[in-house]
Write a protein of this length. Structure first.
Length: 342
């Protein structure tokens, strides 16, 4: 649990008396949704819950949960997350261990597959070991591919008695409306800047304010990036965005083709927000290190072209996870930006 989650935890306890069969926790990436959901799962299975709703951490159920082998608990997530460092999981915080780990490989899937959802059938059709609830945690929900979404939907339509589904999502617009309609939605908001900054500074992060701003205010994402100690990919992109040109776009595309495409698009979206914000109000939110470059670009770019660039970036985000060619994707992104901003 993080300091900014205390109010949300208190609100969640009000649902314990009439617990829905499925809760969908949603909010921005990098704020600790996975940790929050795992904590609630442990509390639901705990045999001696504390007055504040947290698990006791001492009972047999809690010991099993912490070791990752609770018989009444299942966690479903993409293979690609199985060997990642806890704080980097989907840019959304730590999670309890799950025992045996799959070997990490380049082929590890970023999707939640239908086989993973179907594997829950045997788990849900047997009696619970501790005569309590049966809990399934699934995240990020937008990683469900279409067959897996349909399989989960059938389960949510006719949920087994005594089973609670806890889903987490970074974006509700990427989920099937039918799944949304069968879950109780629970919002986890972004922490305010001061609270997130104080937490990062307590972790010993240098230039905490800069890292936090660059990650859109998400403290866990900022921590992961700060621990990597490198802004090389980000600065390579921002330098091209600051001085757009065809030659610069092509050179940068070659360097950035192995970077996370979702991150590249998100960084570009934040850059465009800063240009637009500075043009209208003189305020920079994400990249104060580039104030001079942003001011120069904002002064010369045409507003209609800028709006077109923002629209293109928003559309490109929807396909960033499944490009036909990463290099061509980055080239197209930077050349399109160059055409709009020169």
């Amino acid at each position: 649990m993080y300091p900014w989650q205390e109010d949300a935890w208190a609100r969640l306890q009000q649902m314990r008396a009439r617990l829905p069969h499925a809760i969908l926790f949603h909010g921005p990436a990098g704020i600790g949704k996975a940790d929050f959901v795992e904590s609630f799962a442990q509390a639901l299975l705990c045999e001696n819950v504390r007055p504040d709703g947290h698990a006791c951490g001492q009972c047999a159920s809690c010991n099993w949960f912490v070791r990752g082998n609770h018989p009444d608990y299942r966690r479903v997530r993409p293979e690609a997350l199985e060997d990642e460092a806890p704080a980097a999981e989907g840019e959304d915080g730590a999670a309890a261990g799950d025992g045996e780990k799959k070997s990490k490989s380049k082929a590890a899937s970023k999707d939640i597959k239908i086989e993973q959802v179907r594997a829950l059938a045997d788990f849900m059709n047997i009696s619970t070991h501790r005569q309590g609830l049966r809990v399934v945690v699934l995240y990020p929900a937008e990683a469900l591919n279409m067959p897996a979404s349909n399989a989960l939907l059938k389960t949510l339509e006719e949920p087994p008695p005594g089973t609670v589904f806890l889903l987490a999502s970074n974006g509700l617009d990427r989920l099937l409306p039918t799944i949304l309609s069968r879950c109780r939605k629970f919002a986890l908001p972004m922490p305010d800047h001061a609270q997130a900054l104080a937490w990062l500074q307590a972790q010993g992060v240098n230039d905490a304010d800069g890292w936090l701003r660059e990650q859109g205010g998400a403290p866990l994402a900022a921590l992961v990036q700060a621990e990597s100690g490198s802004r090389e990919e980000l600065d390579t992109l921002l330098q091209v965005l600051a001085q757009p040109s065809i030659d610069g776009a092509l050179r940068a595309a070659d360097k950035l083709s192995k970077a996370s495409l979702g991150s590249l698009v998100a960084w570009q979206q934040r850059w465009l927000y800063d240009v637009f914000s500075y043009k209208l109000s003189g305020v920079i939110r994400y990249y104060p290190r580039y104030q001079r470059e942003l001011a120069t670009l904002a002064g010369r770019v045409n507003t209609a072209k800028l709006m077109r660039a923002i629209k293109s970036a928003n559309e490109r985000r929807a396909v960033a996870d499944h490009p036909l060619s990463p290099k061509l994707f980055v080239e197209d992104m930077l050349l399109d930006y160059t055409a709009c901003c020169t």
